[in-house]
Design a protein. Structure first.
Length: 158
């Protein structure tokens, strides 16, 4: 087998695995808005699977320091939880739910998952130059992101 064939296969496998990981995020986020608050709170307390931090990292192409800020934990802690099959803590789980909820709104606005992920990942002038996903570490930040998404939905130049 030639080196170019091997290279193409590796690139295809990498793309397929990225596609699988990104699909896992959208699967997670797709029906969160249908859950009652009581059920969502129960899930936060139990904690989501720690493998989801990697799903978020890949979906939004986040550097380690951004992942650490979003999940309120070091990469080594998150990796250890994933390896040991321990759930995320309630704070990280709530933040993950918040990200999924906002991405669902973004998907409604942009009508495209990839466009939503790109928009969430890039600095936004209307958000003071912050990437929308990075504001999801707090409810106040998430409220600002929702405001901009609603403005876009209604045709504002924001």
């Amino acid at each position: 087998m030639s080196a170019s064939t091997i290279g193409r296969r590796q690139a295809r496998n990498k793309d397929e695995s990225r596609e699988t990981v990104v699909a896992a995020f959208w699967d997670f986020s797709s029906n969160r808005h249908l859950l009652k608050d009581v059920e969502r709170l129960r899930q936060f307390k139990e904690g989501f699977s720690a493998h989801l931090f990697r799903v978020v990292r890949v979906t939004f192409d986040l550097p380690d320091r951004s992942v650490e800020a979003l999940f309120n934990a070091s990469i080594s802690t998150l990796e250890r939880r994933r390896r040991e099959q321990k759930p995320l803590d309630p704070i990280a789980s709530e933040r993950l739910d918040r990200i999924a909820s906002i991405c669902h709104l973004g998907e409604e606005v942009f009508e495209d998952k990839e466009a939503t992920a790109i928009w969430m990942s890039r600095p936004n002038k209307a958000l003071g130059g912050s990437a929308p996903i990075l504001l999801c570490d707090t409810e106040i930040g998430a409220k600002q992101v929702r405001r901009v998404l609603h403005a876009l939905e209604w045709g504002s130049a924001t």
